[in-house]
Design a protein around this ligand. Structure first.
Ligand code: FAD
Length: 521
């Protein structure tokens, strides 16, 4: 283990190291796949570097539905292996990733003349329970019980419900914790470094050209092997190596509403029989979010929450709940792009398998395609097992070693526990100064993310170290966070103005769809 800080202030020094050393493995992409590989690889004794072109977790790994789940929907596609593997992972992560993976109850209401009927759902959930060796057991409620416990549901044609337990996890938080763990064990993980050229060779001498998006400088990284963990960008990297495309991209949109507009303490699963898909409604801190959609896009850059996505999801909520939600109730949105493996035959987007695939092409370059947040540990293990013939690797530890390695004391979870686990002990002061009156986030937390979580910009903290961007994206709050960054990183006025612009641009992008709707309504 090393004592080197995972700090924005230490970035320059790490950049020197990255250019001088030769690595066993260079990981491209700092989403959940890359972060999972980095931790596993360094624990097995490899010398590891990871480069991410934006902030860590800035792409799909902060745009998911935030569930660590078996995927009840995949039972309908008869993907039993996928579901059983995912449930095994869910159980493991609940144990090893505490407190970042937490149980959440899901209410699945059933209706007359609508699929699935209550008996079919009950049968499917028996199988779901069996995959967890009945550690989780669902409940089958009749219509009276459902009405009594879940009063917000509309009563028309309701026949009952099933309630089962899966898990919730802030996707970006998992990525950051995995990277912190990898860093503690000696991996060099840096953001705002974009791979712009790749050169692989059979004799384990790969050179990767990288551009530092902060200074604009370019340099080369030497490594024996490379793993392409760039999720929906994987084909761009493959094209640098003249390889053919393998992915089909689909976008999924989520909308966020304040908790008081739909006050729920369990998640809900709602079915869209016409499109043969399901929509989740999930409670999250001071909000509730609704998602998702599944529409084909040609590139990540094209992905965007559109007005029709908003209408579709709002209609859904209003159809099932005693609410009359309108576009102006929406406070925020996010969009994620699924890196799905292109199927050989034409099928609807929701039927495309969420399985993963690892290909070595050409020698010493591995492409980790597809997958889910839930299966990241397994995917990393499978990828590293492929290196056994090249390096003398230690045994894989990720199925037994807790993510935060100090023993976890069982007590009711505070905001700090949920956000940072044991790391709150590293906070410099016991006195805390709230950022706002209504939310539990503090000024010390922002400083902590700069010094211990490689947050380089206010948006990194707002969006990928905390949930603030989705709860209170106000300019007053942004100014307070900006001031802390400016103090810590000695920023001048010009830098502050640039950061303000980035924040406004990000908000414009995420809120564009519903702002247009709002103007029209
Ligand atoms: P990403 O998170 O996209 O990471 C790839 C990284 O590579 C990016 O950060 C990018 O900036 C970087 N990169 C790209 N090009 C370069 C370059 N040239 N140089 C350097 N860096 C580069 N899974 C679940 O288990 N549960 C769910 O509830 C769930 N819900 C989902 C809902 C939606 C709407 C979507 C889209 C997906 C969902 N998934 C879910 C799937 C899951 O989110 C993805 O499989 C996972 O996040 C992919 O992670 P990744 O690390 O492979 O890709």
């Amino acid at each position: 283990m090393t004592n080197r800080p995972f700090s924005a202030k230490a970035r320059e020094g790490y950049l020197q190291e990255l250019q001088q050393e030769e690595f066993d493995l260079l990981i491209i992409g700092g989403g959940i796949t890359g972060a999972g590989v980095a931790r596993d690889a360094v624990l097995r004794g490899l010398k590891v570097a990871l480069v991410e072109m934006n902030d860590f977790a800035s792409a799909t790994s902060s745009g998911s539905s935030k569930l660590i789940h078996g995927g009840i929907r995949y039972l309908g596609n008869y993907e039993f292996k996928l579901v059983s593997e995912a449930i095994h992972e869910r159980e493991l992560l609940k144990k090893l990733y505490a407190p970042f993976v937490r149980d959440l109850d899901f209410v699945f209401p059933t209706y007359k003349k609508k699929e699935p009927s209550r008996w079919k759902l009950n049968l499917g959930l028996h199988l779901y329970d069996a995959f967890s060796k009945f550690r989780a057991k669902h409940k089958n409620l009749n219509v009276t019980e459902t009405r009594k416990h879940y009063r917000l549901l509309k009563k028309n044609n309701l026949t009952g419900s099933c309630v089962y337990t899966d898990s919730f996890s802030e996707d970006y938080r998992l990525v950051i914790e995995l990277l912190k763990a990898a860093h503690r064990h000696g991996a060099l993980c840096l953001s705002r470094l974009k791979v712009i050229g790749l050169n692989a060779s059979k004799n384990q001498r790969c050179t990767t050209q990288v551009q530092d998006l902060i200074s604009g400088k370019t340099f080369y990284i030497k490594s024996k092997t490379i793993m392409n963990c760039t999720g929906p960008f994987s084909d761009s990297l493959r094209q640098m190596l003249q390889l053919k495309k393998r992915l089909k991209l689909t976008q999924g949109v989520h909308f966020v509403i304040p908790q008081e507009k739909l006050l729920i303490d369990s998640a809900y699963v709602l079915t869209d029989n016409e499109q043969d898909r399901i929509v989740f409604v999930i409670p999250w801190n001071s909000t509730t979010y609704v998602g998702t959609t599944d529409t084909t896009v040609e590139s990540v850059e094209e992905a965007r929450a559109r007005p029709e996505d908003l209408s579709y999801l709002l209609q859904f909520v209003n159809r099932y709940f005693e609410t009359q939600m309108v576009p102006s109730d929406v406070i925020q949105s996010w969009v994620g792009v699924r890196p799905l493996i292109q199927p050989e035959n034409a099928v609807s987007n929701s039927k495309i398998s969420r399985e993963h695939e690892i290909i070595e092409e050409p020698a010493n370059v591995f492409h980790l395609l597809g997958g889910k947040i839930t299966s990241h540990r397994l995917m990393a293990k499978e990828a590293l097992d492929l290196l056994k013939l090249r390096f003398s690797l230690k045994a894989c530890l990720t199925d037994s070693l807790p993510l935060q390695e100090n023993p976890w004391i069982k007590k009711p979870l505070t905001h700090f526990d949920k956000s940072f686990g044991h790391d709150q002990e590293k906070m410099e002061t016991t006195k805390t100064h709230p950022l706002t009156k209504s939310l539990p986030h503090t000024m010390e937390e922002v400083r902590f993310c700069i010094h211990h979580e490689m947050a380089l910009q206010p948006l990194d903290y707002f969006r990928r170290r905390s949930s603030l961007y989705f709860e209170d994206p106000s300019s007053e709050l942004f100014e307070k966070v900006l001031q802390i960054f400016a103090e810590e990183l000695a920023w001048e006025e010009t830098q502050k103005s640039q950061e303000r612009k980035k924040f406004i641009d990000a908000l414009d992008w995420d809120q564009a769809a519903f702002l247009k709707e709002r103007a029209a309504s």
